[in-house]
Design a protein around this ligand. Structure first.
Ligand SMILES: [Zn+2]
Length: 208
């Protein structure tokens, strides 16, 4: 797989040379592993120093397309984030990139829940040292969330930010938690196969 990593400049924040080298190494190591699992040919990463990150982790990721992933990293928190969280984010986002080669990421709520569930379960499998807070729930909580989800499974006009980021009335990370739960009920999940499978087919393998 061909891998390109670009560090974007910011007027306000800057990574040190040491940080650039550490981040590059982590991307190369984990993107190569994940890219090979999914048979990717090309991946471009941009890394941007920013304070607009997930408050629990000090970084965040976004998959722009099947060969382009953006990472945002807080330069003041790399001591913990680069080794302990960024690898997990790389696995999560590469799972999205692989899925977006052929499938619509989030046309229906089910599509988005399956996409995020696969990415969350994949990062958990590949980098278990980091326990993603968007994948943790009690039995009572997940039963409640599943009930909310069930009434909207085929919705196309849902608000992604409300269902996944908690920007609205719904509990934060609802879509991630439901997705992670659904994928975890699949026995011996083969992520290379599930990631290129339409979401209704993945859902038919779920053992709720
Ligand atoms: Zn995601």
């Amino acid at each position: 797989m061909k891998l390109n990593t670009y560090f974007l400049e910011s007027e306000k924040l800057k990574f040190s040379k040491k940080q650039v080298s550490e981040i590059s190494d982590v991307i190369e190591e984990h993107a190569t592993i994940a890219g090979n699992i999914f048979g990717l040919k090309l991946l471009n990463f941009t890394v941007y120093p920013t304070k607009k990150v997930i408050r629990e982790t000090g970084e965040s990721g976004f998959t722009e397309s099947s060969d382009f992933i953006r990472l945002g990293i807080d330069p003041d928190r790399t001591d913990k984030s680069v080794k302990n969280v960024v690898p997990s984010t790389i696995y999560h986002e590469i799972c999205h990139a692989a899925r977006q080669r052929k499938l619509d990421f989030s046309r229906t709520l089910l599509d988005a829940v399956i996409s995020e569930g696969l990415a969350t379960a994949f990062e958990e499998k590949m980098f278990p040292r980091f326990v993603a807070p968007w994948g943790i729930y009690s039995k009572l909580e997940i039963d409640k969330l599943l009930k909310i989800f069930d009434g909207h499974r085929t919705d196309r006009s849902y608000n992604y930010f409300e269902w996944f980021q908690g920007m609205g009335k719904l509990p934060r990370w609802l879509g991630y938690k439901v997705g992670a739960y659904l994928i975890r009920t699949i026995k011996n999940p083969d992520f290379a196969k599930l990631t290129i499978m339409p979401s209704d087919k993945v859902y038919s393998l779920v053992n709720r």
